[in-house]
Write a protein that binds this ligand. Structure first.
Ligand SMILES: Cc1cc2nc3c(=O)[nH]c(=O)nc-3n(C[C@H](O)[C@H](O)[C@H](O)COP(=O)(O)OP(=O)(O)OC[C@H]3O[C@@H](n4cnc5c(N)ncnc54)[C@H](O)[C@@H]3O)c2cc1C
Length: 224
């Protein structure tokens, strides 16, 4: 397994971590349990709770060099984050399609659900937000192509902060429009929701990405 470890606490913040290869059969590696996600057992492909008891590996196991762990992560995280957003928009489209079809055909109080309350606005907002997300992701992808991963990081953080949260909201609205069916096995919405909810943590919680975007705004006026 690859571990991310703080090896150089006195270096600049982005040079403090190293990535180190640790074979799982190394003495001192203790696999405690597989972690569940929303009550689902993700083992064996999933996420392990691991304790390291004075584990030692040869210094050649350090990847790329001491203090370069963050650099390795950044190469993967930029494209990884934008890829998460692209897939998430696909899920939002699916949720909207299901919401429209259900609300246009299911009748309650003598009308299709789409015509009750402010459900038409819920559908409209989902469409508007999907279109906005798609354009923002396109902008971030272009920034990565033109400026490179490092310079594009604010654009990438912006979409990573926005898309999983908004897509969770859209899937949640689709669930609500389906009634109890929405959380049953008759639609993929429940699975889509839990999968999407974990993306608000994976590759950085929303708040950390908002910190990147907010800080960049303050820096424009020399206020950070
Ligand atoms: C199923 C799953 C898969 C994952 N896969 C990956 C992966 O492949 N790669 C990856 O990088 N991460 C991944 N993660 C995310 C990672 O494991 C951590 O959950 C994430 O980095 C947050 O760390 P933490 O859980 O220790 O929360 P903490 O660091 O304890 O943070 C807890 C909360 O504090 C708040 N917070 C933290 N920092 C700030 C801040 N600067 N400003 C304001 N509020 C803040 C946020 O609300 C945050 O949710 C995954 C998570 C899950 C659940």
């Amino acid at each position: 397994m690859i571990t991310m470890v703080k090896t150089s606490p006195n270096a600049a913040p982005s040079k403090q971590q190293s990535q180190i290869l640790v074979p799982t059969d190394t003495e001192g590696v203790e696999i405690l349990e597989g972690m569940q996600v929303f009550g689902e057992d993700h083992a064996p492909r999933g996420h392990m709770h691991i304790r390291f008891n004075n584990v030692r590996v040869p210094k050649e196991n350090i990847l790329l060099g001491e203090g370069r762990g963050f650099e390795i992560s950044q190469v993967r995280l930029g494209p990884g984050r934008i890829h998460h957003c692209m897939r998430s928009i696909g899920k939002a489209e699916k949720a909207l399609e299901l919401m429209v079809k259900r609300s246009g055909t299911r009748v309650a109080f003598g009308k299709p659900i789409a015509k009750l309350g402010k459900n038409i606005e819920v559908i409209s907002r989902a469409r508007i937000e999907i279109n906005a997300m798609r354009l923002a992701v396109l902008q971030a992808a272009k920034a990565m192509d033109v400026l490179g991963n490092k310079e594009a990081r604010v654009y990438v953080s912006a979409v990573k902060a926005m898309v999983p949260e908004k897509v969770c909201d859209i899937i949640d609205a689709a669930i609500q429009m389906h009634g109890a069916t929405g959380i049953s096995q008759w639609t993929p919405l429940a699975t889509m929701y839990t999968d999407m909810r974990h993306l608000r943590f994976a590759d950085g919680p929303d708040e950390v990405h908002h910190m990147v975007v907010g800080r960049a705004e303050l820096q424009k006026y020399d206020l950070w």
